[in-house]
Design a protein around this ligand. Structure first.
Ligand SMILES: NC(=O)c1ccc[n+]([C@@H]2O[C@H](COP(=O)([O-])OP(=O)(O)OC[C@H]3O[C@@H](n4cnc5c(N)ncnc54)[C@H](OP(=O)(O)O)[C@@H]3O)[C@@H](O)[C@H]2O)c1
Length: 235
């Protein structure tokens, strides 16, 4: 049976690449996006028809997340994989402390750290009905406290560290329901967030990661926080 996959932040960047990759593999994709009519999704819809279900999904808005879960349940009785991919940086993230606007931190925390937990809460009934479900939280090396050397990006780094903790709590809670939860650092990718100097192509990354997620679903990788090769990453 082909997998049923929910992806947040599927309008562009890595999220859109995940949607494309899973569709190429014949999976049914629930593409959550603030603008579910985004150009990239429209193009995929024309090519893949009913295999793609665009969902209006703002991960910072509980009502939007709950409505998306309700809308998805009209198309499927279960989900196999949830990829919490939506993520942001604040405008002042790269300024040093004296110039940074710390009020920018909360919206980033809301999207990057709380958003994925909101999504899992709302979609849990569908995930529970699948066999060996997997939740992937797209984190970052910047959320690793053990390896931290930066002096700024408080909003982003702190939100990803919090996401890592959220991952561990969900991992502990859901393991008895046969649902695995992991956090992954995808690497530095050429997207709007990563910029054009980044070392990785996001579609190639999506391809490598979807293979890794299958290995994890089959129980072959026990790490909870990992890099894009499946190696355990320091918390
Ligand atoms: N790029 C890198 O090098 C890199 C490195 C490490 C980790 N990551 C992580 O990888 C993930 C994907 O990043 P990316 O590089 O693809 O970024 P991106 O190109 O900036 O895309 C971000 C995506 O998140 C969506 N989004 C933002 N706020 C949202 C919200 N409130 N609700 C739903 N969707 C929302 C955006 O939707 P809109 O189109 O509506 O804005 C967009 O689809 C992020 O979690 C990021 O932190 C990226």
């Amino acid at each position: 049976m082909n997998k049923r996959v929910l992806i947040s932040g599927a309008s562009r960047g890595l999220g859109l690449c995940f949607a494309k990759k899973y569709l190429e593999d014949g999976c049914m994709v629930f593409a959550g996006a603030r603008n579910e009519g985004a150009a990239g999704l429209k193009e995929l819809k024309e090519k893949y028809g009913n295999l793609l279900v665009p969902l209006q999904l703002d991960v910072a808005d509980t009502k939007s997340v709950e409505s998306a879960a309700e809308a998805a349940s009209a198309y499927t009785a279960h989900l196999d994989v949830i990829i919490n991919n939506a993520g942001i940086h604040s405008e002042t993230s790269f300024l040093e402390l004296e110039d940074a606007d710390l009020d920018d931190c909360l919206p980033v925390y809301d999207v990057n750290a709380v958003g994925p937990i909101r999504v899992v809460k709302a979609f849990l009934p569908l995930l529970k009905k699948g066999e060996s479900g997997l939740v992937v939280n797209i984190s970052s090396e910047s959320g690793s406290i053990g390896t931290a050397e930066r002096i700024k990006e408080f909003d982003y780094c702190m939100s990803k560290a919090a996401l890592n903790m959220g991952t561990k709590l969900l991992h502990n809670y859901l393991k008895d329901m046969n649902i695995n939860v992991i956090a992954v650092h995808p690497g530095w990718m050429r997207t709007d967030m990563g910029g054009q100097n980044a070392t990785q192509d996001p579609f190639e990354t999506a391809g490598r990661l979807t293979e890794l997620f299958e290995e994890v679903r089959e129980g072959g990788n026990k790490a909870v926080f990992m890099d894009n090769t499946g190696e355990e990453y320091p918390w």
